[in-house]
Design a protein around this ligand. Structure first.
Ligand SMILES: Nc1ncnc2c1ncn2[C@@H]1O[C@H](COP(=O)(O)OP(=O)(O)O)[C@@H](O)[C@H]1O
Ligand SMILES: [Mg+2]
Length: 259
């Protein structure tokens, strides 16, 4: 049985089917790319999985349990999280502060205790785990820096550190390298691979940078108008004529086929 599965998932916004009868099966430890033109439903898929939106119909099964319709914090607590975008950082908090708050927001421990902590031993445990994550993401030297003062690339790393703070088993990354320069892109790509390899994470990756997608993903699912257009290995997707056609007319085809 797949570690994560979506069955006939449908999400309507008014009369628009942002997701339509989508089936997905993801194995533990897999990096699954989710690609498709703008408006294909990629972000909606993440929002529905993470509990931001309720699906209109269909099932979302994680480790054999139906999670669709659960509230977001419950889903995060079970180990399924999405990354925080730059705008979701606590800009006036330090790197350490952000990771600690994220850890508490996504776990069973209340935020109240984060701020007015009363149990020093538990606080130390949380701090140690936060430090480990910060170190893993290459942010140790910046742990006392305000999030606001970090360069863009480091803010993205912090966003990922915050997602990892709850010690998830599956993370959803929505355009993790968008807006990054080549050095930052390489760094983030290496980190994503490292998270999977060393933490045995299952990763769903939405990304427009086809070099990153083709280089990182074990398998790729292509969405178009909320429907699955194709599923397969990166080599298969590259050669799939339906996929090429769906991208034709857009700039994506150039990237998809590689320079
Ligand atoms: N909250 C919303 N309300 C209404 N329509 C939405 C909402 N979120 C997304 N949509 C629509 O659903 C479709 C899929 O959007 P989205 O999931 O953001 O696509 P992608 O991430 O693949 O670019 C688009 O037509 C978009 O306009
Ligand atoms: Mg999107």
């Amino acid at each position: 049985m797949a570690m994560f599965e979506v069955k006939e998932l449908t999400k309507y916004f008014g009369g628009l089917a942002a997701l339509s009868d989508l089936d997905l099966q993801v194995e533990a430890g897999e990096i699954r790319g989710i690609i498709g033109p703008n408006g294909a439903g990629k972000t909606t898929l993440f929002n529905v999985i993470s509990g931001v939106y309720r699906p209109t119909s269909g099932e979302i099964i994680y480790q054999g349990k139906e999670i669709s319709g659960l509230i977001a914090s419950k889903i995060a607590g079970m180990g399924v999280v999405r990354t925080f975008q730059r705008t979701a950082l606590f800009h006036k908090f330090t790197v350490m502060g952000n990771v600690l708050v994220a850890r508490h927001l996504q776990a069973k421990v209340g935020l109240f205790r984060t701020i007015f902590g009363t149990n020093r031993r538990i606080d130390i445990e949380h701090e140690e785990k936060a430090l480990e994550i910060i170190d893993f993401m290459g942010l140790s030297d910046l742990k006392n820096e305000l999030a606001d003062n970090l360069p863009h690339g480091h803010q993205r790393s912090l966003g990922m550190a915050m997602a990892l703070a709850a010690e998830p088993k599956m993370i959803m990354l929505d355009e993790p390298v968008t807006g990054m320069n080549p050095t930052e892109t390489k760094h983030m790509t290496d980190l994503i691979r490292k998270v999977r390899d060393e933490w045995e994470m299952t990763i769903l990756l939405v990304e427009h940078d086809m070099k990153v997608v083709m280089g990182l993903c074990d398998k790729i699912t292509v969405l178009n108008f909320g429907k699955k257009l194709a599923d397969g290995l990166p080599e298969e997707i590259k050669e799939n004529s339906d996929v090429i056609e769906a991208y034709l007319g857009g700039a994506e085809v150039v990237e998809l086929l590689g320079e």
